[in-house]
Design a protein around this ligand. Structure first.
Ligand code: PMP
Length: 345
């Protein structure tokens, strides 16, 4: 067989659909409904294509410096990746030996299980009594706020967990900009030796198409990621545009505030219709329709009407829908569709 056994047996990660029609209401992949910072558009316009003759800066040095400065740390404690998905894959290479395990919350971001399978190691859930890693776990991915639930864990709980854990904890903060608090100060602390906090430009910065993520952590762990990355893992245009977006704090703050405001109103509106909505600190809600309505058939009926949300079958997730927060207009279209579906019963 020419194909590695781990790949032959692999259950690949399935991303949300990316339909090409512009008429679709797309609330299925937690993208931002607002455009990226105008500073980003300006940097794009001014970008000299002649620069593409040369390889990009291998370390994304300028972007790393900007990130380090923002969080009050040094550049050697910052890593920039081709999306945070790349950072996860590099972490599976850098921090896990053959025979060790990768742990996470459950349910959580379903890519983690696939990453473990690609790496040829076992994935394990949090164990009995909450977040307690199974023996042999050397990398624990703690999504906060969690996905697809949107629920935010306490910083003290993550800190206490990391203190007891001998492996590396990556706090996946893909959605933390929408949350009431985050754990960046744990990553930046001088005495931290096993916590990495990871963020992305895909959600709060409206740059999912650009593919840039970053993380902050102890020097030796960041150094290990640097050792295993591709030489030029982030392209020149992505480095430039991400830095422009990162520096426009006012736009970022404004966009995040709009999404959070819409999330609160939408959660309330769903609640009024009898849905059970988990408290969300992210740019989506995870909600259960009132019986006898079912999540799976509601998903299908919405899809038929051109409204895409996300449905994850399975024991822990199959009774709910994960709905990305779009514009106020998109959320009203969704509510109208839900009302019409409910009236037809
Ligand atoms: N972590 C979580 C929890 C996510 O939901 C996502 C987006 N699907 C990512 C990481 C990856 O984001 P990106 O690669 O776009 O930075």
């Amino acid at each position: 067989m020419r194909i590695a056994r781990s790949v032959r047996l692999l259950d690949p990660y399935v991303p949300g659909e990316q339909p090409s029609s512009a008429r679709i209401v797309k609330l299925n992949t937690n993208e931002n409904p607002y455009p990226p910072s105008p500073a980003c558009a300006k940097a794009l316009k001014e970008f000299d294509p002649g620069r593409l003759r040369r390889y990009p800066n291998p370390a994304s040095a300028s972007l790393r410096s900007a990130i380090a400065k923002r969080f009050g740390t040094t550049r050697d404690r910052v890593f920039v990746g081709n999306g945070s998905d790349e950072i996860l894959a590099l972490a599976a290479k850098a921090f896990v030996e053959n025979g060790e395990k990768i742990g996470s919350l459950d349910p959580s971001y379903s890519l983690y299980k696939t990453l473990a399978a690609i790496r040829g190691v076992e994935w394990t859930g949090p164990g009995a009594g909450g977040a307690k890693p199974a023996p042999g776990t050397s990398l624990f991915l703690w999504t906060n706020p969690n996905a697809p639930t949107g629920v935010l864990a306490k910083k003290e709980d993550i800190a206490a967990f990391a203190k007891k854990f001998r492996g590396v904890v990556i706090v996946d903060e893909a959605y933390a900009d929408f949350a009431r608090w985050n754990t960046m100060d744990l990553a930046v602390a001088e005495d931290n030796d096993n916590i990495i906090v990871m963020r992305t430009f895909s959600k709060s910065y409206s740059l999912a198409g650009l593919r840039v993520g970053f993380c902050v952590g102890p020097k030796d762990l960041i150094g290990a990621l640097d050792k295993v990355k591709d030489s030029y893992n982030v392209d020149a245009l992505a480095q430039t545009l991400a830095e422009a977006a990162f520096k426009d704090r006012a736009w970022h703050r404004k966009t995040v505030a709009k999404v959070v405001k819409t999330r609160k109103a939408f959660a309330k509106a769903l609640g009024k219709r009898g849905w059970d909505v988990l408290p969300s600190d992210a740019n989506f809600v995870f909600a259960k329709p009132p019986s006898p309505q079912r999540a799976d058939s509601t998903f299908e009926e919405l899809r038929r009407r051109g409204i895409f949300v996300r449905y994850f079958p399975g024991k822990l997730t199959g009774d709910r829908l994960r709905i990305t927060i779009g514009t106020d207009g998109e959320m009203s279209s969704l509510l109208d569709a839900l009302d019409s579906i409910a009236a037809k019963r």
